[in-house]
Design a binder for this molecule. Structure first.
Ligand code: OAD
Length: 252
């Protein structure tokens, strides 16, 4: 795999690198992307209609069960070479920020630490009413579990459609976006705001913008480079050609 020399050079000399990831970065770990056809029991439901506060109020058990199913898939999955390459990049660059829309926690499990999970994390539960964390529920008991403080229903600690993003994380993500020399957008359809606008902000602030995605997205018009293919193949090789060293043995 040979990349354009200008692209490799940009990454080689970069000091501040910021990366935005979406569901595509976990596809090679076996986690279906958000807009993939849902399979099995859940095939007849539209995810965009389950991931809302209105859906939860209407049918808390249905929404709980959908997230429980996804949590099971995620628990059995392992980080892939793209996750590990991002860990290596965090070690390599003086200033490296990872922003993810994913709620699967795989970046953290792989070892990324300067990480902003803009849409929350599916493994955490908080109260729908008072937002207190709910821990240690019993899967054989009443579901969703009740909040120990106010008796409200427990919900996944993720951002649903129509809800705001955690303000401090969004602020940090925007700061890192605006000071990046190189900005990579990996495995996102770039359809959900405000995350989708980050690559454009980066470009306007002078960053070199690289997209990695097997499919064309709306970023095609603003990215300096579109690397067409799976993140787990392209990213480790790109980083290697830009002078990066592999630390993670799992990177194959
Ligand atoms: P999507 O499911 O919308 O898009 C996944 C993207 O990954 C698509 O553009 C695919 O072409 C690409 N893709 C698939 N396999 C890939 C691979 N191996 N390597 C690289 N790219 C690959 O997921 P997101 O863009 O993450 O929000 O969706 C954004 C948000 O929409 C999600 O966080 C979720 C949803 O609403 C919430 O839950 C709040």
């Amino acid at each position: 795999m040979q990349f354009a020399s200008q692209l490799v050079e940009r990454l080689r000399v970069a000091e501040r690198v910021t990366v935005l990831t979406g569901a595509g970065v976990s596809a090679e770990s076996g986690i279906p992307t958000f807009r993939d056809a849902q399979t099995g029991l859940w095939a007849r439901y539209d995810p965009t209609e389950l991931a809302t506060p209105q859906a939860f109020v209407r049918n808390p058990r249905l929404v709980w069960d959908w997230y429980a199913y996804r949590r099971d898939v995620i628990e059995q999955a392992e980080p892939n070479p793209a996750h590990y390459a991002l860990v290596d990049m965090e070690q390599h660059y003086a200033n490296f920020t990872l922003i993810t829309q994913n709620v699967d926690g795989l970046h953290w499990r792989a070892g990324s630490r300067n990480l902003f999970e803009l849409h929350g994390n599916i493994s955490r539960i908080r109260c729908f009413e008072c937002a207190a964390p709910v821990t240690g529920w019993d899967d054989d008991g009443e579901l969703p579990p009740r909040c120990p403080h106010c008796g409200g229903l427990g919900r996944p600690d993720v951002v649903w459609f129509g809800e705001g993003l955690p303000a401090p994380a969004l602020r940090e993500a925007e700061r890192a976006t605006e000071r990046a020399d190189v900005f990579l957008s990996i495995g996102t359809s770039a359809m959900v705001q405000p995350a989708a606008s980050l690559p454009l902000r980066a470009r306007r602030a002078g960053a070199y913008v690289i997209e990695i995605n097997p499919e064309e997205t709306s970023l095609a018009v603003i990215a300096d480079e579109w690397l067409r293919g799976p993140a787990g193949v392209i990213l480790p090789e790109l980083f290697r050609q830009a002078g990066g060293e592999r630390q993670s043995p799992e990177e194959g």
